[in-house]
Write a protein that binds this ligand. Sequence first.
Ligand SMILES: NC(=O)c1ccc[n+]([C@@H]2O[C@H](COP(=O)([O-])OP(=O)(O)OC[C@H]3O[C@@H](n4cnc5c(N)ncnc54)[C@H](OP(=O)(O)O)[C@@H]3O)[C@@H](O)[C@H]2O)c1
Length: 217
Amino acid sequence: MADRPVIGIFGAGKVGTALARLLVDAGYEVALSGSPRQTALDLLVSVVAPGARVRTPEELVREADVVVVAVPFGKAASVPWDAFDGKVVVDATNYWPPVDGHIAEIDADERTTSEVHAALNPDARVVKSLNHLGYHDMEDDPMPAGSPLRRALAVVGDDAEARATVARIIDDLGFDPVDGGALANGRALEPGHPAFGRELSAAELERLLAAERAVAA
Ligand SMILES: NC(=O)c1ccc[n+]([C@@H]2O[C@H](COP(=O)([O-])OP(=O)(O)OC[C@H]3O[C@@H](n4cnc5c(N)ncnc54)[C@H](OP(=O)(O)O)[C@@H]3O)[C@@H](O)[C@H]2O)c1
């Protein structure tokens, strides 16, 4: 992987295009793949995320070092997980019944939602991140490293190198990365848990993650 990984984003909706804008601004090469229902995606992306390239799913997987899954939770299985062997895959999705409806299999599953996704391809290096702040917060609040009000974004995943790769991207985006350890710890970042939707400093986020780990132990 080059010093700056190429980022491929599945989902050209609210969070996908916001991340594309931020990443292009931060100097990353970005590829975006949208829904088959989105016609004239080239035009949309040239307006809302200039500099990002529209790609087919196959092209995106070929070009990207890091794949971001930013599609509705219920459609997460429609991205080509089989092709993600060895890739760092950021799961930015959230299962949020008010938006996604209740999904019986997920309600009955004791795993975190990112563990469920990671099981779709055990050779993908899945990191849960970029999910627990709203897209508008990520767009509005990037700050240089060292700023006292800089916000934090967590990374959890079972592959330490993959977590470090995503942490570096988060820092480049203008947020303090917080390493939350194993993918199972991602529960703390899911809707209904205290870190979700809250703008926190790194120290505050670390404390919340530690408290959730203690409750789960
Ligand atoms: N909104 C936020 O602030 C925010 C922040 C962090 C994380 N998230 C999470 O990120 C995910 C996306 O949220 P969003 O608000 O960006 O949703 P959104 O605005 O609905 O955008 C998602 C886009 O992904 C498309 N899509 C569906 N299947 C696809 C596929 N296989 N390949 C490429 N694109 C596909 C959807 O198209 P169709 O309409 O055709 O399905 C839609 O255009 C959700 O799980 C959400 O919980 C959201």
